[in-house]
Design a protein around this ligand. Structure first.
Ligand SMILES: [Zn+2]
Length: 257
């Protein structure tokens, strides 16, 4: 069932906005209810696995290119994953510039993180992804990036209040900040564990952000929205208690015709 969501997003690549209301309206708990328990697990059955997996790999490449082009990652930052069957995931490899990544470089691992396919080691943050998949059966895709403004808010201790903008609240809900944890260690999954069940997006102090979705496109759009909101919060903070710019005099305006 959820793979259909994933694949629908992958196939309809050109216009995510038209799908967004369907994708975003159910809050996490409602989505969990919609999932309907064990019967709603991924079903890749049989010979169509290869083509479905290829679509997901292409979708990961697309999300990675978006992350890089929007400046949400730099160098080999970030990692993207999705479920690819009952007991495996696809995840970006470690140490690779995500904007230049090839389809065949994406790692396939079991749910314990052991490499099943791929020429490169899976992301060093794979434990964070696997913990989310174990705790949230309805989550089919995860995006981790280092969005600069959202991350800067965590450095400054400035609250990310998603209730200030209606669309942000509807799309992301409450966005907690997980305390600092040494990247690529077991500290990272431990730091996010208390927030996983009730969050669609989690800020990682001094590190970046994590967004969850029922499809790769949904997880990507949540990341994009998170950074967009962080920019608005930042601009608003710069304008607080400032006087508005002085307008041209009416006489000067009159000269303009
Ligand atoms: Zn990171």
């Amino acid at each position: 069932m959820f793979v259909n969501f994933c694949l629908a997003a992958a196939k309809g690549s050109g216009d995510p906005g038209r799908r967004s209301h369907r994708l975003f309206l159910p809050p996490p708990q409602a989505a969990a209810n919609l999932a309907g328990g064990p019967t709603a697990r991924l079903d890749f059955g049989g010979s169509s696995l290869d083509s479905q997996e290829r679509i997901l790999r292409l979708e990961i490449i697309k999300v990675c290119r978006k992350l890089e082009s929007r400046g949400l990652i730099a160098a080999s930052d970030g990692n993207v994953s999705c479920r690819a069957g009952e007991d495996c995931i696809l995840i970006t490899p470690s140490g690779v510039s995500k904007g230049d990544m090839e389809v065949d470089e994406i790692a396939k691992t079991c749910m314990r993180g052991n490499l099943l396919e791929g020429p490169l080691r899976p992301s060093s943050e794979i434990r964070m992804h696997l913990l989310v998949y174990r705790m949230r059966p309805e989550v089919s895709a995860i995006v981790h990036a280092h969005p600069p403004v959202a991350t800067a808010l965590t450095l400054a201790g400035y609250p990310f209040n998603s209730k200030v903008l209606p669309e942000v609240w509807m799309m992301l809900g409450k966005v907690p900040v997980a305390p600092y944890a040494t990247p690529s260690t077991d500290e990272v999954p431990k730091s996010i564990e208390p927030y996983i069940m009730d969050s669609r997006a989690i800020l990682l102090e001094r590190h970046g952000a994590l967004t969850l979705g029922r499809s790769l496109m949904e997880a990507w759009m949540r990341m994009e929205k998170l950074e967009h909101c962080a920019k608005i919060l930042f601009y608003a903070s710069m304008l607080e208690d400032r006087t508005a710019p002085v307008a041209l005099s009416e006489a000067e305006i009159a000269k303009l015709g």
